[in-house]
Design a protein around this ligand. Structure first.
Ligand code: HXC
Length: 283
């Protein structure tokens, strides 16, 4: 759906870019002409992805480190600048999550998620953002989720942290607009990946997975290319006046969950016809 040079000459850092959705989006950026830096904790996975991208003709650098550690993020920035020069884009994608009844969470369980999601995004945004301020240009895209604004039971640390990331997105969109830095967020619904699914849909939760799909108006999970395209658009100059926005990509899932009468779609059509017949007869 895009011209093949949509992101040409853009240097983009993707956190959590070695696997899952981060890898998909990074690959798409690369296919559209960007030079990409993938950052993550697992050196072997990063190297595999780096080689895969190189075979596709993508200019890529992998840097291993942890978004929770400011010194690792500084190292990421230093290596990225050395390799590619100016940094044009940052995709804050790295996340951590697991399901748990909240009363069973330890202090550290809560903290570890907030450290990865909220503090990790802050570390990257502040350290790489200052570089963008110096350059008077940049695009920062944050991955949140629809429960950033509804909240969600059983993933409370993630909900709190993602809500914080959304607040950061909107706040800095206003504060740093004067530096020509744009901030936007994407709120994906369910997009199955090995990492997220193993944590959010462990064995024994198959029935829940099916009922989750049933509740989505489109009756299916998201497909990666759909997310990749949205991220590419928001990273591109074509979306240059979109700032402080969160774009939901969930097949209508969260609205269906909120709508008072959403469950009426389960009523057989014959019943609607019967009711209509009775109403007309009464008239
Ligand atoms: C309860 C748990 C737990 C679980 C870990 N903990 N898993 N508590 N139930 N299932 C607790 C541990 O006991 C520990 O507390 C604390 O959390 C930290 O755990 P560690 O394993 O020591 O931490 P660490 O090695 O840093 O790993 C972080 C992690 C891990 C988040 C736990 O899963 C990870 O690295 N995840 C990264 C990838 C990921 O999660 N991807 C999915 C993102 S999906 P104690 O007290 O024992 O020390 C996503 C999408 C949301 O965000 C939207 C979906 C629609």
């Amino acid at each position: 759906m895009f011209e093949s040079n949509l992101l040409k000459n853009k240097n983009i850092i993707v956190t959590g870019g070695g696997s899952g959705l981060g890898k998909s989006m990074a690959r798409r950026f690369g296919e559209l002409g960007a030079n990409v830096v993938i950052f993550g904790r697992r050196k072997d996975i990063l190297k595999e992805t780096e080689n895969e991208f190189k075979n596709l003709g993508i200019k890529v650098l992998s840097v291993d480190g942890d978004v929770r550690k400011p010194e690792d993020v500084q190292h990421l920035l230093d290596c990225s600048k050395k390799e590619f020069g100016v940094i044009n884009g940052l995709l804050n994608n790295a996340a951590g999550n697991f399901i748990s009844p909240t009363e069973m969470l330890s202090q550290n369980g809560f903290k570890s998620i907030v450290d990865i999601v909220l503090m990790g995004t802050w570390n990257c945004t502040s350290i790489i953002g200052k570089e963008m301020i110096d350059n008077k240009s940049g695009t920062i895209l944050n991955i949140v989720t629809t429960y950033a604004w509804t909240g969600s039971p059983f993933v409370v640390p993630s909900a709190c942290a993602k809500a914080g990331v959304l607040a950061m997105t909107r706040s800095l969109a206003v504060e740093w607009g004067k530096f020509n830095i744009r901030f936007n967020a994407i709120a994906p619904g369910p997009f199955p990946t090995k990492g997220a699914w193993s944590r959010l849909m462990p064995p024994g939760f198959e029935e829940f997975e099916n009922s989750m799909k049933e509740k989505i108006p489109m009756k299916r999970f998201g497909e990666r290319h759909e997310l990749e395209n949205l991220a590419s658009y928001l990273m591109s100059d074509g979306s240059g006046y979109i700032n402080g926005e969160v774009v939901t990509i969930d097949g209508g899932e969260w609205l269906a969950g909120a709508g008072e009468f959403s469950d009426l779609s389960k009523i057989p059509y014959s019943l609607w016809e019967e009711m209509s017949k009775i109403r007309k007869e009464k008239k």
